[in-house]
Design a protein around this ligand. Sequence first.
Ligand code: NAD
Ligand code: IPM
Ligand code: MN
Length: 353
Amino acid sequence: KKTLKIASIPGDGIGKEVMPEGHRVLEKAASRFGFDLRFTDIEWASCDYYQKHGDMMPADWKAQLQTQDAIYFGAVGWPDTVPDHVSLWGSLLKFRREFDQYINLRPARLFEGVPCPLAGRKAGDIDFYIVRENTEGEYTNLGGIMYPGTEREIVIQESVFSRFGADRVLKYAFDLAQSRERKHLTVATKSNGIAISMPWWDSRADAVGQDYPQVKIDKQHIDILTARFVLQPQRFDVVVASNLFGDILSDLGPACTGTIGLAPSANLNPERKFPSLFEPVHGSAPDIYGKGIANPIAMIWSGALMLDFLGQKEAHDAILKAIEQVLKDGPRTGDLGGKATTVEMGKAIAELI
Ligand code: NAD
Ligand code: IPM
Ligand code: MN
């Protein structure tokens, strides 16, 4: 029997509430499809751990995780106790960089039974992927503050784009678009205002696109692109974006499909040199933590993406079907207009597998 070794990191806030529902559903899928899951439960990479140890993770974190097949991750961040940039650069952003998880794949799909905030849209009208560059771009610690505390304070924060980094994420996005029926790739840009990196990003898209004559390239400035997510979501198939633009688009896309409470993500090292990481798009949601009302679907769907990446496609498909069924006529959490608890929803999904 095949055994998959999974590092399970709940993190903070509702990460701790949705993680058990992820386990519940994945365990059920494993028993149905005949493989074993060996979870290693990890309490570090959390703000609780930071308060005790003065650091987000132990020194040997990388060695501990490197032996795992994948990382199943809840959410990190508790700004009341640890500044967000400290907790996130000390955990999640380290994983993405040091494990070279350069693809952040984030689907947005409108399901049957989910109230859509956009008028006149029905299930199936919204169905696209955001491919977010995940290791460079606007996310850096390069820069500094000069003349701090004075009226002449100056802040500089550099962005870093490399040809290697841009080409590999563009190639992944073109491959994905090529594999889909519509073969349509939107390239998020801002080549009018961001006058160095963005015209360059466009030119890399054209260069990589040479190998994909069947894929239609649609370059859009990020400002109008966000407007079109709302006004014409059916226009999108695959959207490729830099780290920051992809971050913003991947909250907006799922919001257009009803709630960010169901949006999953796959932080991939496609070469499998390092473990990949699977997590909800959402964060630790301090405003609802402790009430047991968080939507567990983002966590559960992320788990399904993890199983798919680890070769268990049937298990992935069964989980997705169960999610679809529950969204159609099962219990629902508050963000979906219902009154169900996190646990009730997790159990309803598990029962359908
Ligand atoms: P958030 O995603 O935690 O919450 C935004 C809003 O969405 C809140 O009103 C919240 O209640 C709601 N929400 C989120 N997930 C939900 C779910 N599953 N079910 C129902 N409602 C849900 O974003 P934020 O408030 O900007 O950030 C809170 C903390 O989380 C910060 O520390 C932030 O840095 C961190 N964060 C972490 C990650 C991550 O670990 N990947 C992602 C985003 C934010
Ligand atoms: C996400 C989150 C992170 C990001 C934060 C918490 C650093 O918003 O995964 O989308 O910006 O990448
Ligand atoms: Mn985000």
